[in-house]
Design a protein around this ligand. Sequence first.
Ligand code: NAG
Ligand code: NAG
Ligand code: NAG
Ligand code: NAG
Length: 413
Amino acid sequence: MARLSILVMGLLLFGFWTAIGEEDYKKDPELVQKIGAGTALEVRATGILHVFAPCITVCRDPSWGWCYESYKEDPKIVQAMTKIIPGLKGVIPPDSPKGISYVAGKKKVAACAKHYVGDGGTTDGINEDNTVISWHGLLSIHEPGYHDAIINGVSTVMISYSSWNGNKMHANHTLITAFLKNTLKFRGFVISDWQGIDRITSPPHANHSYSIQAGISAGIDMIMNGESADEPLVPLAKKAPKILVAGILPDNLGYQCGGWTIEWQGFGGNNLTKVDTDYVKSNKFSYAMVVVGEQPYAETHGDSLNLTHPDPGLSTITNVCGAVKCVVIIISGRPLVIQPYVPLMDVLVAAWLPGTEGQEVADVLFGGYGFTRKLPHTWFKTVDQLPMNVGDKHYDPLFPYGHGLTTKPTKAN
Ligand SMILES: *[C@@H]1O[C@H](CO)[C@@H](O)[C@H](O)[C@H]1NC(C)=O
Ligand SMILES: *[C@@H]1O[C@H](CO)[C@@H](O)[C@H](O)[C@H]1NC(C)=O
Ligand SMILES: *[C@@H]1O[C@H](CO)[C@@H](O)[C@H](O)[C@H]1NC(C)=O
Ligand SMILES: *[C@@H]1O[C@H](CO)[C@@H](O)[C@H](O)[C@H]1NC(C)=O
């Protein structure tokens, strides 16, 4: 999670990765590294020495509640984004041995690549579940990011709760010791996910001594257990109402930031206005902006097989866009069901989770800047098409991976 700095009030929050475009990256290859350096500085200022970032998961099914923490569905982009690691921990000296874990000085933090491996490939996108895939598939989709993370000197690798073809990753010696440590030559620490060891058994915690034995013999070096990992989140929840900022489009900072912000599951800010058709018609608006999207969530709480908009999102689109010209802005961590409503809209903007600086959405809408970014995830027509990713044989999306209109900035406004 690239934003441990979110636990601290008053800091800048970057948007989640889905919001950062491949085009930004091409324009400024150092951008990701700069974001890493900025995050490291803020984190060190709080006294924390280790971030659980980057999340180099490859989300293959937007039903998954973690999808917005994934850079892209394309493994090549995820690989390129590991450039955040030298930003977080400093550039590795050129003569260092391969796989060395390295942190340069007081402005840097240790970085953690996660969740090894295949966390974004589970069947139906069910969090922490089973990824059914061949060895070749695992190597070509889920593993390449680790290869580059190690070259970039990542300090720790966190193991995924998920299983590979029915075997828990936390107990898989083949992948942790034989492959990660011996073949890829990772020389840092392998850490468990929080209580990951105890989830080796089913039900969890059934046999702690067995779980420890299985995890350690698979190659895990450090176990995260107990309640301590949750502590930083707890005192902040009380202060949450004071963090709300009003006056920005769409006036709901909590929803724009998504999960992991203020509270683990995110925080709903100001409510959206309910409008009916008569009200829209009688006011003779020139046009309308409808901002809909997902409630904040994180991890399993975000798993969804229907990917619908929470109420009253769709009725707002119907009521407003049926009565006046409209721009629909979707604030979400992933594509949602939108196909039946597209004919009603004049413009559709996927804003993802833009972070605290949500006024950038207004900046592009009002022509201060042009639209340049492209879809990081395939936009499906119906959920029964999922999983559907770029390169698939039967690829019939509503909007394909990489789709997006380009506009130029205008001074007319
Ligand atoms: C790791 O998982 C794979 C795929 O399920 C399995 O074939 C292999 O036996 C597992 N290795 C160990 C040591 O559990
Ligand atoms: C727990 O695991 C240990 C080590 O594998 C085994 O000896 C013991 O019988 C197990 N205990 C239970 C209650 O299953
Ligand atoms: C917003 O208001 C509606 C109607 O009053 C209510 O049903 C809904 O729960 C509110 N949502 C939030 C996030 O407060
Ligand atoms: C969609 O799925 C979510 C998560 O499982 C659930 O909470 C919600 O009620 C579902 N919505 C509909 C309309 O089925």
